[in-house]
Ligand binder design. Structure first.
Ligand code: NAD
Length: 375
């Protein structure tokens, strides 16, 4: 297949593109505008690969989108591009409306025009047809709102109740995608997934922020009392789930993806600190690339750096996923063990400090690491 992946230079996108090209033998066109969170450094190992092409395009440029469809006619679209950081959506929602809602609308229009021009079914010629084409929209569990601690996890029929500008913009995009299916017949699939972690996550999100702050020897900010609960999924499991839904999912359906790993934020942060105590070299702070202006010293335990900060406005208490539909229908289940995959993640960040330094270079230190923690 030739798959058009949007947002392929981001965290999940880069892991997805690498797997599609290197493990699944697919051909990928990566369409990404390279926002502050989109980095070609994350795909440096694919540069020059015959099955990988990059197009620097903004979803908000409809003409450029159309050109990509003409230049690289895809068998499928996997739509990941979005503004993704909740705290940034609170400080500046405009970008989220543009990329997540208007951008998705533009991509749907370009996909629809392309799909309508495809032959209805196979006629002996190879290439996509209207019946083989798929549009997979990648979304979040945050569209469902907040759960009480004893409530069952979100299912595909849970009512939408988004609370942040980020989740509202993703909810809007989910509705647009379903409307293009119902109204125009575009063959879509939607996934809603819980929190991901793993290599190449931009160091403004909770897991890499904790690791970076340990390496800096600086306070680890935790919202409120750290009691908010999230479900955690290793990124390779998300990638496998997306590929499973694309290749086996029923058109028009939604699949929730989760790790069955609910943890309070404070529990998670303490666990990462424990891994850092064990895995970070004794001189990690002195030799770290991350020293900004730090005078930090390695504490006896990295947990000593945990600092509770004023809660995020409208902070959802709990997200949890009921992933029984994708398991029962498509046979997907997470493969990665919680603790060992966090160990792998910590190891990756310890070994890839240069990647972190590079991707943080243009981003002001005021915006990263000290107050912004998404989960
Ligand atoms: P990310 O912020 O790491 O990457 C987003 C990518 O989209 C970047 O490469 C960026 O340059 C690109 N992009 C943004 N706006 C664009 C535009 N207008 N035109 C073209 N490219 C644009 O995000 P991520 O964490 O990899 O998330 C990917 C997708 O998965 C998002 O849609 C997000 O809502 C969804 N999701 C993420 C998680 C998670 O835990 N990270 C969980 C569930 C769902």
């Amino acid at each position: 297949m030739k798959i058009l992946v949007t947002g392929g230079a981001g965290f999940i996108g880069s892991n997805l593109v690498r797997t599609l090209v290197q493990q699944k033998g697919e051909s990928v066109v990566n369409l990404d505008k390279l926002s502050y969170a989109g980095k070609l450094e994350s795909l440096a190992d694919l540069a020059g690969h015959p099955n990988y092409h990059f197009e620097q395009v903004d979803l908000c440029d409809p003409a450029a989108l159309q050109t990509v469809f003409s230049k690289h006619p895809p068998d499928a679209v996997m739509h990941l591009a979005a503004e993704s950081h909740v705290d940034r959506s609170i400080d500046g929602p405009g970008e989220f409306i543009q990329s997540n809602i208007v951008g998705t609308f533009n991509l749907l229009q370009a996909s629809l025009a392309y799909w309508q021009a495809l032959p209805e079914r196979e006629s002996g010629e190879s290439g996509p047809t209207q019946s083989s084409f798929r549009f997979l929209h990648v979304s979040t569990d945050e569209v469902y709102g907040s759960l009480a601690t004893d409530a069952p996890g979100f299912s595909e029929s849970t009512r939408y109740d988004p609370h942040s500008p980020y989740s509202a913009s993703k909810a809007a995009s989910d509705h647009l995608v379903r409307a293009w299916s119902h109204t125009y017949g575009l063959p879509v699939l939607v996934t809603n997934c819980s929190n991901n972690y793993g290599p190449y996550q931009f160091p403004e999100k909770l897991v890499p922020v904790v690791i970076m702050q340990c390496l800096r020897g600086e306070p680890i900010p935790v919202y409120g009392q750290g009691e908010n609960i999230r479900d955690w999924l290793y990124v390779s499991d998300q990638v496998e789930a997306l590929y499973t839904v694309l290749t086996k999912g029923r058109v028009g359906e939604t699949y929730n993806i989760g790790g069955n790993n609910e943890r309070q934020n404070i529990e998670l942060v303490k666990m990462i600190c424990g891994l850092m105590d064990e895995m970070a070299p004794a001189d990690s702070i002195q030799t770290s690339n991350f020293k900004l202006q730090t005078s930090g010293k390695r504490p006896k335990s990295f947990q000593d750096l945990i600092t509770f900060v004023k809660d995020r406005p409208g902070h959802d208490l709990r997200y949890a996923i009921d992933a029984s539909k994708i398991r029962d229908e498509l046979g997907w289940e997470p493969q990665e063990d919680y603790e060992s995959s966090f160990r792998k993640t910590v190891q990756w960040y310890l070994e890839n400090q240069e990647w972190c330094r590079q991707v943080l270079l243009p981003v002001s230190s005021e915006n990263v690491g000290t107050s912004n923690v998404q989960c």
